[in-house]
Design a protein around this ligand. Sequence first.
Ligand code: MN
Length: 236
Amino acid sequence: MQIQQRKFIVAPEPVVLPVTGEDAVFAVRRLYCVGRNYVDHIREMKEGDERDPPFFFQKPADAIVLDGEAVAYPAFTDDFQHEVELVAAIGRGGRDIPVAQALEHVFGYAVGIDLTRRDRQREAREARLPWEVGKSFDRSAPCGPIHPAAAVGHIGAGTIALSVNGVVRQTGDIGQMIWNVAEIVANLSRHYALAPGDLVFTGTPAGVGPVVPGDRLEATVAGLAPLVITIAEQER
Ligand code: MN
Protein backbone atom coordinates (compact mmCIF):
# COMPACT_ATOMS: atom_id res chain seq x y z
CA MET A 1 0.00 0.00 0.00
CA GLN A 2 1.38 3.32 -1.03
CA ILE A 3 1.15 6.21 1.40
CA GLN A 4 0.54 9.43 -0.41
CA GLN A 5 2.92 12.22 0.48
CA ARG A 6 0.82 15.22 1.46
CA LYS A 7 2.19 18.71 1.04
CA PHE A 8 1.25 21.48 3.43
CA ILE A 9 0.94 25.18 2.66
CA VAL A 10 1.38 25.83 6.39
CA ALA A 11 2.32 23.26 9.03
CA PRO A 12 1.97 24.33 12.67
CA GLU A 13 4.24 22.45 15.06
CA PRO A 14 2.44 19.70 16.99
CA VAL A 15 2.05 20.41 20.71
CA VAL A 16 3.79 17.69 22.70
CA LEU A 17 4.50 16.93 26.36
CA PRO A 18 7.30 14.72 27.68
CA VAL A 19 6.34 11.44 29.37
CA THR A 20 8.43 10.40 32.38
CA GLY A 21 10.42 7.24 31.78
CA GLU A 22 9.75 7.29 28.02
CA ASP A 23 11.52 8.66 24.98
CA ALA A 24 8.16 8.95 23.21
CA VAL A 25 6.16 12.15 23.71
CA PHE A 26 2.44 12.76 24.25
CA ALA A 27 0.79 14.78 21.44
CA VAL A 28 -1.89 17.11 22.79
CA ARG A 29 -5.24 17.26 20.99
CA ARG A 30 -7.67 19.26 23.17
CA LEU A 31 -7.44 20.92 26.52
CA TYR A 32 -10.53 20.79 28.75
CA CYS A 33 -10.84 22.50 32.13
CA VAL A 34 -13.31 21.99 34.98
CA GLY A 35 -14.70 25.30 36.19
CA ARG A 36 -15.36 24.56 39.87
CA ASN A 37 -14.26 21.48 41.73
CA TYR A 38 -13.12 22.33 45.28
CA VAL A 39 -15.64 23.68 47.81
CA ASP A 40 -13.21 26.14 49.42
CA HIS A 41 -12.38 27.71 46.01
CA ILE A 42 -16.09 28.09 45.17
CA ARG A 43 -16.49 29.88 48.50
CA GLU A 44 -13.55 32.23 47.92
CA MET A 45 -14.97 33.08 44.46
CA LYS A 46 -18.45 33.57 46.02
CA GLU A 47 -20.15 31.76 43.17
CA GLY A 48 -22.47 28.91 42.49
CA ASP A 49 -24.06 26.10 44.38
CA GLU A 50 -21.52 23.65 45.75
CA ARG A 51 -23.63 20.73 44.51
CA ASP A 52 -23.86 21.96 40.89
CA PRO A 53 -22.67 19.43 38.30
CA PRO A 54 -19.22 20.14 36.85
CA PHE A 55 -19.02 22.55 33.92
CA PHE A 56 -16.30 22.69 31.32
CA PHE A 57 -14.44 25.20 29.20
CA GLN A 58 -11.56 24.76 26.77
CA LYS A 59 -8.19 26.32 26.13
CA PRO A 60 -6.37 25.97 22.81
CA ALA A 61 -3.84 23.13 22.78
CA ASP A 62 -1.06 25.54 21.83
CA ALA A 63 -1.62 27.43 25.10
CA ILE A 64 0.58 24.73 26.69
CA VAL A 65 3.75 25.99 28.41
CA LEU A 66 6.46 23.47 29.34
CA ASP A 67 8.12 23.01 32.73
CA GLY A 68 10.97 25.47 33.21
CA GLU A 69 9.69 28.02 30.70
CA ALA A 70 8.82 31.69 31.28
CA VAL A 71 5.38 33.17 30.67
CA ALA A 72 5.31 36.84 29.70
CA TYR A 73 2.75 38.84 31.70
CA PRO A 74 -0.14 38.97 29.21
CA ALA A 75 -1.70 42.06 27.70
CA PHE A 76 -5.25 43.09 28.59
CA THR A 77 -5.15 42.31 32.32
CA ASP A 78 -4.16 43.87 35.64
CA ASP A 79 -5.04 40.75 37.64
CA PHE A 80 -3.13 37.74 36.28
CA GLN A 81 -3.72 34.76 38.58
CA HIS A 82 -2.54 31.19 39.20
CA GLU A 83 -4.70 28.07 39.70
CA VAL A 84 -2.81 24.83 40.40
CA GLU A 85 -4.60 21.77 39.04
CA LEU A 86 -4.18 18.01 38.64
CA VAL A 87 -4.20 17.20 34.92
CA ALA A 88 -5.52 13.87 33.60
CA ALA A 89 -4.18 12.81 30.18
CA ILE A 90 -6.56 10.77 28.05
CA GLY A 91 -4.99 7.75 26.34
CA ARG A 92 -8.11 6.07 24.99
CA GLY A 93 -11.09 7.88 23.52
CA GLY A 94 -14.77 7.31 24.00
CA ARG A 95 -18.18 8.83 24.59
CA ASP A 96 -20.74 8.15 27.31
CA ILE A 97 -18.03 6.44 29.33
CA PRO A 98 -19.37 4.85 32.56
CA VAL A 99 -17.74 6.08 35.79
CA ALA A 100 -16.64 2.52 36.62
CA GLN A 101 -14.60 2.32 33.38
CA ALA A 102 -13.46 5.94 33.16
CA LEU A 103 -9.98 5.46 34.64
CA GLU A 104 -9.20 2.92 31.89
CA HIS A 105 -9.26 5.90 29.52
CA VAL A 106 -6.69 7.87 31.56
CA PHE A 107 -3.12 7.33 30.36
CA GLY A 108 -1.49 9.37 33.09
CA TYR A 109 -1.25 12.53 35.19
CA ALA A 110 0.60 15.83 35.32
CA VAL A 111 0.67 19.04 37.34
CA GLY A 112 -0.85 22.03 35.54
CA ILE A 113 -1.55 25.70 36.14
CA ASP A 114 -4.74 27.30 34.78
CA LEU A 115 -3.46 30.86 34.26
CA THR A 116 -6.34 33.32 34.37
CA ARG A 117 -7.00 36.97 33.57
CA ARG A 118 -9.23 37.22 36.65
CA ASP A 119 -10.48 40.74 35.87
CA ARG A 120 -11.59 39.71 32.40
CA GLN A 121 -13.14 36.47 33.69
CA ARG A 122 -15.18 38.34 36.32
CA GLU A 123 -16.35 40.92 33.78
CA ALA A 124 -17.41 38.19 31.36
CA ARG A 125 -19.24 36.34 34.09
CA GLU A 126 -21.10 39.46 35.20
CA ALA A 127 -22.01 40.36 31.59
CA ARG A 128 -23.00 36.73 30.87
CA LEU A 129 -20.45 36.61 28.07
CA PRO A 130 -18.10 33.72 27.17
CA TRP A 131 -14.99 33.25 29.32
CA GLU A 132 -12.49 32.95 26.46
CA VAL A 133 -10.72 36.24 27.00
CA GLY A 134 -10.22 35.45 30.69
CA LYS A 135 -9.20 31.82 30.32
CA SER A 136 -8.29 30.74 26.80
CA PHE A 137 -5.43 33.04 25.84
CA ASP A 138 -1.90 32.34 24.61
CA ARG A 139 0.39 30.51 27.05
CA SER A 140 -2.37 30.16 29.66
CA ALA A 141 -1.81 26.43 30.28
CA PRO A 142 1.55 25.46 31.84
CA CYS A 143 1.74 21.66 32.18
CA GLY A 144 4.48 19.43 33.58
CA PRO A 145 5.59 16.06 32.23
CA ILE A 146 3.00 13.28 32.09
CA HIS A 147 3.48 10.38 34.48
CA PRO A 148 1.93 7.14 33.18
CA ALA A 149 -0.71 5.74 35.52
CA ALA A 150 1.01 2.39 34.92
CA ALA A 151 3.96 3.81 36.87
CA VAL A 152 2.38 6.10 39.50
CA GLY A 153 -1.15 4.69 39.80
CA HIS A 154 -4.38 6.66 39.62
CA ILE A 155 -4.45 9.73 41.82
CA GLY A 156 -7.37 10.06 44.23
CA ALA A 157 -5.69 11.70 47.21
CA GLY A 158 -2.56 13.61 48.16
CA THR A 159 -1.46 17.20 48.63
CA ILE A 160 -1.87 19.70 45.79
CA ALA A 161 -0.08 23.03 46.32
CA LEU A 162 1.39 26.10 44.67
CA SER A 163 4.04 28.43 46.00
CA VAL A 164 5.16 31.81 44.68
CA ASN A 165 8.79 32.71 45.41
CA GLY A 166 8.88 29.96 48.03
CA VAL A 167 5.75 31.13 49.88
CA VAL A 168 2.83 28.69 49.84
CA ARG A 169 -0.25 30.32 48.32
CA GLN A 170 -2.49 27.37 47.51
CA THR A 171 -2.79 24.09 49.34
CA GLY A 172 -5.41 21.38 49.37
CA ASP A 173 -5.89 17.68 48.87
CA ILE A 174 -6.89 15.87 45.69
CA GLY A 175 -9.38 13.98 47.88
CA GLN A 176 -11.30 17.27 48.39
CA MET A 177 -12.38 17.35 44.74
CA ILE A 178 -16.17 17.51 44.48
CA TRP A 179 -16.02 15.40 41.28
CA ASN A 180 -13.16 12.90 41.15
CA VAL A 181 -11.20 12.10 37.98
CA ALA A 182 -13.41 9.15 37.00
CA GLU A 183 -16.58 11.22 37.46
CA ILE A 184 -15.12 14.13 35.48
CA VAL A 185 -14.07 11.90 32.57
CA ALA A 186 -17.47 10.19 32.53
CA ASN A 187 -19.36 13.49 32.64
CA LEU A 188 -17.12 15.18 30.06
CA SER A 189 -17.57 12.24 27.67
CA ARG A 190 -21.32 12.92 27.61
CA HIS A 191 -20.63 16.44 26.30
CA TYR A 192 -17.76 15.65 23.90
CA ALA A 193 -16.29 12.55 22.29
CA LEU A 194 -12.95 12.15 24.04
CA ALA A 195 -9.89 11.15 22.04
CA PRO A 196 -6.28 10.20 22.74
CA GLY A 197 -4.26 13.34 23.43
CA ASP A 198 -6.97 15.21 25.32
CA LEU A 199 -5.95 16.79 28.62
CA VAL A 200 -8.37 17.54 31.45
CA PHE A 201 -7.48 20.20 34.03
CA THR A 202 -9.52 19.13 37.06
CA GLY A 203 -10.05 22.36 39.02
CA THR A 204 -8.20 24.29 41.71
CA PRO A 205 -8.23 24.45 45.52
CA ALA A 206 -8.46 27.71 47.49
CA GLY A 207 -5.74 30.34 47.57
CA VAL A 208 -5.73 31.61 43.98
CA GLY A 209 -4.07 34.98 43.62
CA PRO A 210 -2.15 37.41 41.42
CA VAL A 211 1.40 37.15 40.10
CA VAL A 212 3.80 39.79 38.79
CA PRO A 213 6.88 39.75 36.53
CA GLY A 214 9.82 38.15 38.31
CA ASP A 215 7.70 35.67 40.24
CA ARG A 216 8.70 31.99 40.32
CA LEU A 217 5.77 29.59 40.60
CA GLU A 218 6.21 26.01 41.81
CA ALA A 219 3.15 23.78 41.47
CA THR A 220 3.06 20.33 43.05
CA VAL A 221 0.89 17.25 43.37
CA ALA A 222 2.11 14.46 45.68
CA GLY A 223 3.76 11.72 43.65
CA LEU A 224 4.34 13.83 40.50
CA ALA A 225 7.28 15.94 39.37
CA PRO A 226 6.80 19.62 40.26
CA LEU A 227 6.01 22.20 37.58
CA VAL A 228 8.09 25.40 37.75
CA ILE A 229 7.47 28.50 35.64
CA THR A 230 8.53 32.11 35.91
CA ILE A 231 6.60 35.25 35.02
CA ALA A 232 8.46 37.58 32.67
CA GLU A 233 7.94 41.22 31.70
CA GLN A 234 5.09 41.95 29.32
CA GLU A 235 6.05 41.66 25.67
CA ARG A 236 5.82 44.82 23.58
MN1 MN B 1 -9.19 26.38 36.87
